[in-house]
Design a protein. Structure first.
Length: 277
C-alpha cells in the first residue's frame, strides 16, 4: 500500500532508510510517485534511446548475459556490477519504466526484486510520466545482493521438470505459440504438460495493466486459481515477467518465473511437450 509522505518519513526513521523492508507493491501509478518515499527512475529502452533524468538499462546486454546461465540469473557478480553501475540500492524504490510495452519494465523489475532490491513497474510506461519527481542520488554503500529473496521466485528447467504436477503453469505466449503453430525459431513447438494459456496481451489495456479484479477473474477462468504455486513462462523472459507481475497484482501469493522459458525447454529433448491442433 502506498504511504503518505508523513508515513514515509516515519518509516525512514524506523528502518534507517532501508527501503527493502517496506511492503512492496509491484505496480505503481505515476500519481503515486511523490508519496512513495525515496525513488530512482530506471528506463528500459526499446532501442538506443535515452530520456533525460532517467537512468538507462543496457537491456540488450542484460538479456544476452542471462542466456548464458542455467537459470538466467546465476552470475551474481555480473548482476552486482550491473546494478552498482546504475547506482541502485536498498535505500530507495527503483521504479522501472519502458515505452509502454510493459514486458521490458516487468523483465527488469523481476531481476531487481529477485536479488532483493525494492522495485516496482510504472503502469502505463513512459507516457504516463507527466512530471519528473525528485530522485534519490546514487547509492554509495556496499551493495549486497540476496538471490531468491524477492516476492517472485525463479525456476530453472530441471527444477520445473520435477514439479510439473505440483504447480500451475502460466503460459503467457500467443495461442499460436501454445498450439505449436508458431515456433519462434525453436526446434519444437507446443506447450508444457498441463500449461494454461493466457496471452500477455490480454493482460493489458493499451499500455496499462488491467485492473486487479479483472486479472483475477481472467486467471480464475483460465485455471490459474492459485491453488498450487504459479510458474509463468513465455519464450524468452519478458512476457513471463509481466505474467508474474499480473499474478501478483491479482492477489496470487506464490508466483515464480521460468525466465529462460519455452526456448530453453524446447531445446532439451528430454522435456515433454504437448501440441494442440
Amino acid at each position: 500500500m502506498a504511504q503518505s509522505l508523513n508515513d514515509g518519513d516515519d518509516f525512514w526513521e524506523r528502518t534507517g532508510g532501508d527501503h527493502s523492508q517496506m511492503e512492496q507493491r509491484p505496480l505503481v501509478e505515476a500519481s503515486e510517485l511523490a508519496g512513495l518515499g525515496p525513488i530512482r527512475l530506471l528506463y528500459v529502452p526499446s532501442a538506443d534511446e535515452k530520456i533525460e533524468g532517467l537512468r538507462t538499462v543496457p537491456i540488450a546486454d542484460w538479456v544476452r548475459h542471462a542466456l548464458k546461465s542455467r537459470s538466467g540469473l546465476d552470475d551474481d557478480a555480473y548482476w552486482l556490477e550491473a546494478f552498482t553501475r546504475l547506482g541502485l540500492g536498498p535505500d530507495a524504490l527503483t521504479v522501472v519504466i519502458d515505452d509502454g510495452r510493459m514486458t521490458e519494465a516487468a523483465r527488469v523489475w523481476f531481476m531487481l526484486q529477485y536479488f532483493g532490491l525494492p522495485a516496482a513497474v510504472l503502469n502505463g510506461g513512459v507516457d504516463a510520466l507527466d512530471m519528473s519527481p525528485q530522485q534519490a542520488p546514487e547509492y554509495i554503500g556496499q551493495l549486497v545482493l540476496v538471490p531468491g529473496s524477492g516476492s517472485v521466485g525463479l525456476r530453472d528447467r530441471n527444477t520445473l521438470k520435477d514439479e510439473l504436477d505440483r504447480v500451475q503453469i502460466f503460459d503467457a505466449r500467443t495461442q499460436a505459440e501454445y498450439r505449436g503453430e508458431d515456433l519462434k525459431g525453436n526446434s519444437r513447438g507446443g506447450h508444457l504438460p498441463g500449461a494454461r494459456n493466457l496471452s500477455h496481451a490480454d493482460l493489458l489495456d493499451g499500455t496499462r495493466l488491467k485492473p486487479a479484479a479483472t486479472i483475477a477473474r481472467m486467471l480464475d477462468e483460465t485455471g490459474l486459481d492459485g491453488g498450487k504455486p504459479i510458474v509463468s513462462h513465455c519464450n524468452g523472459g519478458g512476457r513471463a515477467a509481466l505474467a508474474a507481475l499480473a499474478a501478483m497484482v491479482s492477489g496470487r501469493s506464490s508466483v515464480s518465473v521460468y525466465y529462460l522459458s519455452f526456448a530453453d525447454w524446447a531445446a532439451d529433448e528430454s522435456c515433454p511437450i504437448h501440441r494442440q491442433f
